[in-house]
Design a protein around this ligand. Structure first.
Ligand code: SAH
Length: 203
């Protein structure tokens, strides 16, 4: 359930994101709409409105609210667009995207997490979702060791891939714009930490 207390805590959290560099009003609105506490076990509700990542099942995490807002802002969402998320996890980020895009697809490799979110796509995010491609935007919410080429292929020209990439624990937040069939422009937006982007699926 969503109460006045939860809404108050959420409002404080959302206000704290502005000075950290979140200026997109539609993104802030979406963060205000989605009750993050519903994506954590009830025992951990307290933690839902702190600006921190939090462990969910299977050793995975629900991303830090700032990171969710930051990655979403980098996507420059448009209501007419179709987006693919890699790494459903708790489903929280997917719900934020749902408020900002026309169509949201999201892929998870762990069956237990996939079962708890339903209607989503089980599969290996490295392969993307060719059946539903091309996408306007693709968001990877796990830390990759290199740029996933298959995902670039599934972008429309003019589209963005937002993906944290790096060899070690520190990942560079990249936004790659597809400028032509074989041409791309890369921008970098600082260092973040993520659980690893792993190949294959797990039952
Ligand atoms: N977006 C999530 C946070 C996800 S944490 C949220 O809002 O809660 C990263 C997730 O990526 C984990 O659930 C992990 O299992 C998943 N993941 C890692 N490698 C993957 C792959 N190859 N394909 C799909 N999902 C993957």
């Amino acid at each position: 359930m969503d109460s006045y207390r939860h809404k108050g805590l959420r409002k404080a959290l959302v206000s704290s994101l502005r000075p950290k560099g979140i200026y997109n009003e539609a993104v802030l609105d979406a963060m205000m709409k989605v009750p993050r506490h519903l994506f954590l076990d009830k025992a951990f509700e307290e933690w839902a409105y702190k600006d921190q990542a939090f462990p969910i099942r299977e050793g995975q995490t629900i991303s830090q609210p700032f990171t969710v807002a930051f990655q979403t802002q980098l996507l420059e969402p448009e209501k007419s667009e179709k987006v693919l998320e890699i790494g459903t996890g708790s489903g929280y980020q997917a719900c934020i995207l749902y408020h900002l895009f026309k169509k949201v697809y999201t892929i998870e490799r762990l069956k237990t997490l996939f079962d708890s979110t339903q209607k989503l796509l089980k599969g290996d995010g490295y392969k993307g979702a060719p059946r539903f491609a091309p996408f306007d935007k693709i968001l990877v919410t796990a830390g990759a060791s290199s740029i996933p080429k298959t995902l670039l292929e599934q972008l429309k020209i003019g589209g963005y891939l937002v993906v944290p990439v790096g060899q070690g624990d520190d990942k560079e937040m990249l936004r790659i714009k597809k400028t032509g069939e074989e041409s791309y422009e890369k921008e970098s937006f600082g260092i973040f930490r993520f659980v690893p982007f792993k190949k294959g699926t797990v039952d």
